[in-house]
Design a protein around this ligand. Structure first.
Ligand SMILES: Nc1ncnc2c1ncn2[C@@H]1O[C@H](COP(=O)(O)OP(=O)(O)OP(=O)(O)O)[C@@H](O)[C@H]1O
Ligand SMILES: [Mg+2]
Length: 422
């Protein structure tokens, strides 16, 4: 019987699985799904499951009038010890249970393609799940291991995601090179600096080729959150004033709006106590119509659809100088032209954090720009103009290479079979 190995890139936004055929030593095929889960509003015995995963999650969420539980960016929860579990349809789900749903979906689809149950996988992980905190990092990896076990993987190894990306790039090289790889995803930006050599593809000893790894908890989600904060929240009443006591007028607390800017909060909003506070602010604001939009957003679970509009504007701006941020649902009406200059300013702080991290990474690891032979950028966020500019500015003498922004990591992980040592 043929032997296979899976390379799995469980991403904040997208998850991919590459099937590696150990006989031909080639990738057999690759599957990619958005890392989304939708739990139907009403559980039903007519369905075989109370949730749907991937693309179907978006369709089901929309068909269900957005009333059920929509779970996005679940990877960000892996390192949070404040998150223990959530209750959906009277069943408890911890972080591993939720992640396992995505891993199992990928495994089932892949097993079907190869006609066998493959329990061997190299699973990617960011260099740091969270900002450089060992305890959180260990928690995240333990949870991810558990998720793999629940999903049916018996034999698992972990590999840094940017090393996965590097191995995918290595396949395209003609000669040995010192390569700086940057993987800019939805949740994190990861770097690796290593020697790549096309003659070493699949070889067992790669330890000496790795020169440095690092990463920062900033990615496309951070850009979307910054956008929501600057351009979205004013439409949801960020500047609303209310009468705290007779004659004393205050602005509603900004902290309320942090919740609608972050997926971590948004995923589990239903349980938050602040709903009652929000109703009080609305009343004492004299029924401010913008603030009403916040209530409409929360009560109708519109978060994901608002973020879809934000992402659409971001993607338009990778090829254009202006984009429309438009959202029209229920009583909420947003229509605003956003210039590229505006956008670059909104994400400026996050881009600076990436730039500063990169400078520190180069310095700490003694990497001289002139020693880098090539740059490989991957991940959806690598397409953002400010990011491209950042790398061109730092390394004007090296060309920017890119591959498949969404599948490179999974493919390279599948080339990491050496980790099994057999
Ligand atoms: N054309 C585009 N231009 C700009 N950004 C994009 C584009 N397409 C996708 N993105 C962004 O890329 C991110 C997803 O990229 P990717 O699939 O590489 O992340 P991920 O692997 O799921 O995340 P991570 O590696 O951080 O866990 C999202 O933030 C998405 O909005
Ligand atoms: Mg990724």
């Amino acid at each position: 019987m043929k032997k296979f190995l899976y390379g799995i890139d469980f991403g904040t936004t997208n998850s991919a699985l590459a099937i590696y055929d150990e006989t031909t030593k080639e990738i057999h095929s690759t599957i990619i799904i958005p890392s989304l889960i939708y739990f139907f509003h009403q559980p039903s015995t007519a369905r075989c499951s109370n949730y749907v995963v991937g693309e179907d999650a978006i369709t089901a969420y929309l068909n269900d009038d957005m009333k059920g539980r929509f779970i996005k960016s679940i990877k960000q929860v892996l390192s949070r010890n404040s998150f223990t579990e959530t209750r959906i349809h009277n069943k408890r789900y911890n972080a591993s249970d939720l992640v396992a749903i995505i891993l199992k979906e990928l495994k089932d689809r892949a097993d079907q393609l190869i006609g066998q149950d493959c329990g061997r996988a190299v699973i990617g992980r960011p260099v740091f799940f969270d900002d450089d905190d060992v305890k959180k990092d260990t928690l995240a990896q333990t949870r991810l291991s558990k998720a793999a076990e629940i999903a049916g993987f018996a034999d698992v190894r972990f590999q840094f995601e940017p090393i996965g990306a590097a191995f995918a790039y290595e396949k395209s090289l003609q000669k040995r090179e010192n390569v700086l790889v940057a993987d800019l995803g939805g949740g994190t930006t990861d770097f690796t600096y290593l020697v790549l050599d096309p003659e070493k593809v699949g070889s067992k000893d790669r330890q000496n080729d790795m020169m440095a790894n690092g990463g920062i908890y900033v990615g496309g989600d951070s850009f979307d959150s910054a956008f929501m904060w600057e351009k979205g929240t004013p439409y949801f009443g960020k500047n609303t004033q209310y009468e705290a006591t007779p004659g004393k007028v205050l602005t509603v607390p900004k902290s309320l709006f942090a919740n609608i800017c972050s997926w971590e909060q948004m995923n589990f909003f239903n349980g938050l106590r602040i709903k009652k506070d929000i109703e009080d602010y609305y009343y004492f604001s004299g029924n401010d119509p913008q603030f009403k939009n916040l209530i409409t957003l929360i009560e109708n679970n519109l978060g994901y659809s608002v973020f879809q509009s934000i992402e659409k504007a971001k993607i338009t701006l990778t090829n254009a100088d202006t984009a429309t941020f438009g959202y029209h649902k229920m009583d909420i009406n947003i229509h605003e032209e956003i210039s590229l200059a505006d956008y670059e300013q909104i994400i400026g702080k996050d881009v600076d954090r990436i730039a500063n991290y990169l400078d520190g990474f180069m310095l700490q690891n003694g990497i001289e720009p002139q020693n880098i032979d090539s740059l490989f950028l991957t991940g959806g966020t690598s397409m953002v103009g400010s990011i491209q500019k950042l790398f061109k500015k730092r390394f004007p003498h090296v060309s920017l290479n890119s591959g498949d922004n969404f599948k490179s990591v999974a493919k390279g992980l599948a080339y990491s079979g050496y980790l099994f040592g057999d």
